[in-house]
Write a protein that binds this ligand. Structure first.
Ligand code: GMT
Length: 378
């Protein structure tokens, strides 16, 4: 198949999933064209069959607003005419589903022109935060309904979509995935010694996110503070975003500067996750929780909020723990139990890795996308 994948290039789960899907599809013999404003985060090395196309949105002094929707539609139209895509797979509804719809309308208006099918994948905040906002809801619902196929990354997000928007189209749930060959615990060696100088720290706790309010990164620090009173632990924060400055201030206010290290955006998360003992994800909302899945793939037990799609990823007490998002004390106590019990830690880590292999490995999930593509194309 010849597939165009439209996604955000910035750090964020939807862009990561779209890029990883593109790579896997190419490895399975498809031709994939990634359309984005920049080479997506985690695009990695050159692969035959995977082509990146940049969307340029020219600025003009008259406009205070960038006209991304128009330039993206335009790019899809021009590339479709040149390359005759079988389908355009839009990741994140806003505004990608709308841009794909508009492009299809333009292509359909030329008689005899090749018109690709459109698939939209809903990721979370495109529905739960933005899409359901009155400023966007009508356009988002319309664009989703006009897609030829729609997927959501969890049952929870599917339910949220029908609840929040007037959408009639059937939504197929295809969960997020990781390539279990690349996402696996690698020997920690030197990195552990660098991050955790021996003698000073016994345990390493990691949080990765885009530091948006929905992630509640300050809660991560609050939980860590409670853990730190009992265990010589270090917290590693990976990623960047609007809340990072607030988090750094909180770290200083709580006098945790020695014990918390913020690494900023990192392309290679596997080595960092491989030295972690625990992963914290106390999000307000999480339609899936790709960060939790990546940690689990690397054998790191996760303590997370019982919200959205996280219960579809984590089995409470089996391969991680789920708590009410406000229950920071409960998360801290659970963390101390896991960190203090080697056997329990081993059991959780092994169960987490097994769950990822059995349910969320690329070899399990990518064929679900291929099958859905075929269904939409007939
Ligand atoms: O979470 C965000 O801030 C952005 C968003 C994205 O597109 O990166 O994340 C959503 O999509 C991810 C990939 O499908 C999911 O793993 C995240 O759970 C979801 N975030 C939320 O629902 C808050």
């Amino acid at each position: 198949m010849k597939i165009a994948i439209v996604c955000y290039a910035s750090v964020g789960g939807s862009g990561i999933v779209a890029t990883e899907l593109a790579k896997c599809l190419v490895d399975r013999g498809h031709e994939v064209h990634l359309i984005s404003t920049d080479p997506p985060f985690r695009l990695g090395e050159f692969r035959t069959g995977l082509v990146f196309h940049r969307v340029e949105t020219p600025a003009y002094p008259l406009f205070r607003e960038p006209q991304y929707l128009l330039s993206l539609s335009n790019a899809i139209v021009q590339l479709s005419r040149e390359l005759t895509f079988d389908l355009v797979h839009a990741h994140y509804a806003i505004p990608h589903a709308t841009a794909a719809y508009l492009a299809r309308q333009i292509l359909s208006s030329t008689s005899g022109a090749h018109v690709p099918k459109i698939i939209t994948t809903l990721h979370g905040t495109d529905i739960t935060l933005l899409g359901s906002d009155r400023s966007y809801s009508e356009t988002v619902a319309f664009s989703i309904d006009r897609s030829d196929g729609v997927t959501a990354v969890s049952e929870s997000l599917k339910r949220d979509t029908y609840r929040a928007l007037d959408v009639q189209r059937e939504i197929r749930v295809i969960p997020n995935f990781v390539d279990t060959n690349r996402y696996r615990r690698v020997p920690p060696a030197e990195l552990r010694r660098q991050i955790c100088p021996s003698g000073r720290y016994e345990k390493l706790i990691v949080h990765t996110s885009n530091f948006r309010p929905v992630k509640r990164a300050e809660a991560v620090v609050e939980i860590f503070k409670r853990i730190r009173t009992k265990v010589r632990a270090r917290l590693v924060l990976v990623g960047d975003g609007p809340d990072l400055a607030k988090v750094s201030r909180l770290v200083q206010d709580l006098k945790l500067g020695q014990d918390v290290v913020a690494l900023g955006e990192q392309d290679q998360v596997v080595p960092l996750l491989s030295v972690a003992d625990l992963f914290l994800l106390p999000s307000q909302q999480e339609s899936f929780g790709l960060a939790a899945l990546e940690a689990m793939a690397c054998g790191v037990p996760v303590i997370a909020s019982r919200v959205g799609g996280l219960p579809e990823v984590i089995d409470d007490g089996v391969d991680g723990y789920l708590k009410d998002p406000e229950d920071l004390q409960g998360m801290a106590e659970q963390a101390l139990t896991v960190l203090g019990d080697v056997k329990l830690h081993e059991r959780l880590a092994a169960a987490a890795r097994r769950k990822v292999e059995e349910k969320f490995g690329a070899d399990r999930v990518v064929p679900q996308y291929e099958a859905f593509y075929r269904e939409v194309l007939v």
